[in-house]
Design a protein around this ligand. Sequence first.
Ligand code: SF4
Length: 344
Amino acid sequence: MENYTIERSKVELTKEDFVSDQMVKWCPGCGDHAILSSVANVFPKIGYRKENFCLVSGIGCSSRFPYYMNTYGFHGIHGRAAAISSGVKIANPHLSVWMATGDGDSMAIGGNHFIHIIRRNIDINIMLFNNQIYGLTKGQYSPTTPMGAITKTSPQGTIEHPFNPGELILGAQGTFFARGVDTNPKMMTEIMFEAARHDGTSVVEILQNCVIFADKTHQTITSKDLRDDHQLHLKNGEPMLFGKEKNKGIIMKDSRLEAVEIGVNGITEDDILIHDQYQQDPGLHLMIAKMSPPHLPIALGVIRSAMYPTYDDMVEEQIKYAKETSKIRNMDDLLNSGDTWVIE
Ligand code: SF4
C-alpha cells in the first residue's frame, strides 16, 4: 500500500505563522478561544508546510475556525463538513485535512456524513466542539444536550436521550477517539498532536463551554472542587488512576468498570486496569468512552488509536492499478469502447 507523505516545512514555523489577521468574533470567555490557541500551538509542532494544511468546517460557532488560522480553509454548509473534507483529501492526499464541527453540525444535521467518514477511515482530523447546545442559532437543544435541560426549544426540559459522542464514533468503527476539555489547553495540544500522527479518521471531542447559552454545562467535570475526582487522565501503558492523591483507580468487576480506592478492601495498584489505546478490539475502549460521573470519572486523553487501512490510500491504489492496466488511455479509447453504433 502506497503511503502519501505530506511535505515538511524547510523552515521552523511558530504559532504566530498560523494565526490569521481576521478579527476573532467568538464571545469573550467562550471555550473556542482556548481550542484555537491549542491548534495554533500544535500545527508548527506537526511540522508540515503551512500550504499543506487545510481546515474545513460546516456551520456553527466552531465553524468560524478556518478564518482564524493562516492556512487554506473552506467554510462549508451546515452538516456537510465531512463530505467536503472527504473530497479535499481524496483529490489531494498530500494535504493534512482538519475539520472543525460542533455537536449540532456533526451529529444532527450532518449525522449521516459524520458516521460514514468515520466508517470509511479517511485520513482526516476531526475536532468536535461539544458545548451541548446550538450556539450560533441562539440556544436550541442539540443531540448532546442532557435530558431535562431547559433551552429555547425545550421550555419544559428536553425529553430526548442524548448521544455520547464516543459511543457513536466507536459504534461507527472509529479507529481514533480522544477527549479533551477547553480548560486544559496543554492536554488538548498533546491530543491534537497524536490525532495528527494517526493514519485514518481521528476524532477529538472537546468539552467546550458556551458562556451564553449553556454556561457551566461541563462544570461537574471542570469545577475546581470536583475535577480531581471526576477526571481520569489516560496515559497509554499506565494504570487508570485518578483523584488528587492518585489513590483511586478503575478495575473490571463482573464485566463492568468500577471505581475503587487503593488500600480499601485489599485493593492494590496491581488491581488497576492498564490503558492500552492501541488494542484492536474496541470493547474496553467503548466502556471507557462511556464512563461518566458521579459513579465513574470521565476519561480524558486518547481512548482509542487502532491501525486499519485507510480509504484514501485504497482509493489511490485503485486509481494507480486502473492506470497501469486499463486499455482505455484517452477519451477516444473510452468513446470507442464497448458497444458503439454507426448512425447512417
Ligand atoms: Fe461561544 Fe456560545 Fe458565544 Fe458561540 S454563542 S461564540 S459557542 S459563547
